[in-house]
Design a protein around this ligand. Structure first.
Ligand code: ATP
Ligand code: MG
Length: 340
């Protein structure tokens, strides 16, 4: 993990993203501030619809098709602001800084084209190299991502590859521009357990050897336990809890984090209690009430929770890097170990 004196590579401050379709308007991200430091793995976790993808890709100008977007706040990468840019400028900043492994891999690869040439044209686009150099880079990328017989696989079509191999190609594609930050949106969800482990190992290897920061978006707490340095827990577009992986997974404080962890059996081979889950479902983000978004499902909720948005506060006495948006849990000392 990086030390905190380093400058963050990627930061968002008070980020608000509203999405509008003909039918609804949705506050997908509601006042999020986060930093990603060089070489670290920041895991973003939360239930489906909590805003993980929109929060991460929105500032890069990559938003769902067919919706209009209002994005406010501040976002920067390597000291350069990302918001209020032209599409062309944003594409350049994206290419220079980010590699993205999309949640939906189909959208990233052309099924009608061989994988090697697709990698080569991405390298040409992002690195301004010749066609011959791009071919060499593409072969290196296949090698780096653990694809056996890169020369042979260069000429394969996507449908000729297994799910695991294809995910390696997706990672190669994300690395084609020499990014400083890799955004991996559910990189293993569609894969079976053995292949999942291999892909995680590959990502870990890349992060360690090449010191690339990773924003790892996942539902899977065991993936967080294996890979993350820090964790941001998102609930209904807001950060509920943020801290080191150890703090958040073994000493969770926010009732939502506790619920999320109790719904995951045995995430590090430590747990024996039954899976309880979190009763209820996330709020409708198109008609939100004031106060804490989790209040309706929260076992600790009090009257005040429904009135005022809880601030994300530092755990001052214990660990300032651990932040929690629940004054009740913080004041009542809910922070006891989750191992007990
Ligand atoms: N194309 C869209 N049209 C309308 N609303 C959308 C669209 N895409 C996302 N949203 C809304 O934005 C919010 C955040 O969605 P987002 O995709 O970021 O969630 P997520 O945490 O990535 O979920 P998942 O785990 O399912 O990928 C949700 O309330 C969702 O309903
Ligand atoms: Mg998503």
């Amino acid at each position: 993990m990086s030390d905190s004196t380093e400058e963050p590579l990627f930061s968002v401050r008070d980020l608000v993203i509203d999405l509008y379709t003909e039918q609804v308007s949705v506050r997908a991200v509601d006042g999020v501030s986060l930093d990603v430091y060089p070489g670290e793995v920041l895991a973003v976790v939360g239930e489906s619809g909590s805003g993980k993808t929109v929060m991460t890709l929105g500032p890069l100008g990559l938003l769902p098709e067919g919706v209009s977007v209002d994005i406010r706040g501040y976002a920067e990468c390597s000291g350069q602001s990302l918001l209020a840019r032209s599409g062309k400028e944003l594409a350049r900043l994206r290419g220079e800084n980010f590699g993205i492994i999309f949640q939906d891999p189909i959208s990233a690869l052309n099924p009608m084209k061989k994988v090697g040439p697709q990698l080569a044209s991405q390298a040409m686009r992002l690195r301004a190299v010749s066609k011959a150099q791009a071919r060499v880079i593409a072969l290196e990328l296949l090698q780096r991502t653990g694809i056996p017989d890169p020369e042979g696989r260069y000429n394969c079509y996507p449908h000729e590859m297994s799910g695991g191999m294809l995910q390696r190609v997706m990672i190669a594609l994300a690395l084609a521009g020499n990014p400083k930050i890799l955004i991996a949106d559910e990189p293993t969800t569609a894969l079976d357990a053995t292949v999942q482990a291999q892909i995680l190992e590959l990502l870990q290897d890349i992060q360690r050897k090449e010191n690339i920061a990773i924003v790892l978006i996942t539902h899977d707490i065991s993936v967080v336990a294996q890979m993350a340095d820090r964790v941001a827990v998102l609930y209904a577009g807001r950060v509920a809890e943020y801290g080191t992986m150890e703090d958040v997974l073994t000493r969770p404080i926010h009732p939502y984090t506790k619920g999320l962890l109790s719904s995951v059996p045995d995430f590090r081979g430590q747990r024996t209690e039954p899976v309880t889950g979190i009763p209820g479902s996330p709020p409708d983000q198109s008609s939100l009430l004031p106060g804490c978004r989790f209040a309706e499902r929260c076992p600790a909720a009090q009257h005040q929770c429904r009135e005022k948005r809880p601030a994300l506060v530092e755990m001052a006495d214990v660990n300032k890097a651990h932040r929690v948006a629940c004054p009740i849990a913080v004041s009542e000392g809910w922070g006891q170990s989750n191992d007990s």
